[in-house]
Design a protein around this ligand. Structure first.
Ligand code: GAP
Length: 438
């Protein structure tokens, strides 16, 4: 949970609060069917599905073909062609092992629910995006922005996925971090290219390796019903390359569709040019799944390493090299031994003071007194804690502590007041901080 929160916090900071052209919003999850009819999801938000005639297990033929052959079938194949391709690929039922499937048909991924006294039909949103479009008039009426400007939102999305799998990669309930960036129609392709490169750079700054990422530009036949251009940023997951996020040029599709459905023109009046007639801005949409990003960050941070231990022998460790800003536990405070009252209470007090110092940054501090210091270091390496702070007998006299850095395994001696000062700044580059004389 803390890792997810840290990713969200950094995303919000990078794409909302550090920019002058972004605002945030929080729209409804349970939504009226008219929204999804207008957006095209009722008719087009479908995946192919075939059913095992023996045990009725439902399978996505395109994914099953990819698993059986190692290559994804052309997304432009008709349902009939997909059925034939599944036969050629010898796709078998994952449950009973038979090869007797119904002909593929379309399956709509919207999750239905009911709402209100009469139990009226409603949908759980499959993306956060539409909440931004249907609130467009309220947003422009409130935030007083000129184009271009973007609206950012983080929230739950639900899809009735046919085959949820691969850990966090495909689930039926997940979080999205989406931006709808409204711009002049003539500038849409420039903004599109900028968002692709900004996101690529941000993902690497978050800790993903350049060779784990690739950009995939969609051919026309693969584009979603709303998009004029799409580039996916794919990540090399343990099961192969998969979509981490997409950047789409949605043109004015959504605003036009909702305008037609609600009978109110969701147009933009240029505040810098009142003579100009209101018009539909175009939209660039970078959309990323929070859970998929967490999964990717965990994959690239995971390292099994050999290192030279203090006794000169080679040893193994498992270390999660998460960026310090992402690490779920930022500081671990460790009394050297657990049966010395003075050490334990000094360490507890330091953990408390560090918590207060680090709380504006949502940095978690843990106290751990059990096991040898070496074992505790390994435990915190495994969960990616960048700094372990040991309180020893000397600390009782000189008010200094030993800070162990996860990545370098270096240890530096630091005064408690200096440690708290660094924590208050949200920093943590202790190897370059001066070690204070007692
Ligand atoms: N508004 C555009 C949109 O929703 P999408 O490609 O369907 O586009 C955007 O979804 C992102 O949401 C994906 O790139 C992925 O990171 C994430 N995502 C989509 N379906 C998901 C699922 N079933 N489980 C986890 N994440 C998912």
């Amino acid at each position: 949970v803390q890792l997810k929160r840290n990713v969200q916090r950094l995303w919000w900071r990078r794409f909302v609060t550090e920019r002058e052209d972004m605002v945030g919003m929080d729209a409804a999850i349970v939504t009226h069917p008219t929204i999804w009819k207008a957006a095209g999801h009722v008719d087009n938000f479908v995946d192919p599905l075939m059913e095992c005639s023996a045990c009725h297990t439902r399978v996505r033929p395109d994914k099953a073909i990819e698993e059986a052959t190692g290559t994804a079938p052309d997304s432009a194949l008709t349902l009939e062609q997909l059925g034939l391709a599944a036969q050629r690929a010898n796709v078998t039922c994952p449950k009973c092992g038979l090869r007797a499937f119904s002909a593929p048909r379309h399956f709509n991924l919207l999750c239905r629910t009911s709402f209100g006294q009469q139990g009226e039909e409603a949908f759980l949103r499959p993306e956060t995006a539409q909440g931004i479009f249907v609130n467009f008039a309220a947003i422009v009426g409130t935030v007083r922005r000129a184009l271009p400007f973007g609206v950012a939102q983080i929230g739950k999305a639900f899809r009735n996925e046919i085959s949820p799998r691969n850990f966090l990669f495909r689930t039926r309930e997940f979080d999205q971090m989406e931006i709808e960036f409204f711009c002049e129609p003539s500038e849409a392709s420039t903004h599109f290219a900028r968002w692709v490169s900004d996101y690529h750079a941000w993902l690497m700054a978050m800790g993903l390796r350049p060779d784990s990422l690739r950009l995939v530009e969609y051919e026309r036949s693969r584009l979603a019903h709303y998009a004029a251009a799409t580039t996916d940023i794919e990540f090399h997951f343990p099961f192969g390359w998969g979509e981490l996020m997409g950047i789409a040029n949605r043109t004015d599709h959504d605003l036009r569709q909702h305008s037609a459905a609600c009978g109110r023109e969701l147009k933009f009046q240029d505040p810098r040019n009142p003579q100009r007639a209101p018009f539909f801005p175009h939209v660039i949409e970078p959309s990323i799944g929070l859970d998929r990003l967490v999964f990717a960050l965990l994959c690239d941070a995971y390292h099994e390493e050999t290192y030279r231990a203090a006794n000169g022998e080679s040893a193994q460790r498992l270390v999660l090299r998460l960026h310090p800003e992402l690490a779920p536990v930022r500081f671990a405070v460790l009394p050297l031994v657990k049966n010395n009252e003075d050490l334990v209470s000094k360490a507890r007090k330091l953990a408390h003071d560090l918590r207060l110092a680090a709380s504006p940054f949502e940095h978690v501090v843990e106290f751990d007194a059990s096991g040898s210091i070496g074992k505790r270091y390994r435990r915190f390496d495994e969960i990616g804690t960048p700094f372990c702070v040991t309180v020893d007998h000397e600390s009782l006299r000189d008010d200094a502590v030993t800070v162990y850095e996860r990545d370098t395994q270096q240890q530096v001696r630091l005064g408690v007041d200096e440690l708290l000062r660094v924590a208050r700044r949200g920093g943590g580059d202790f190897s370059s901080a001066s070690t204070r004389a007692p």
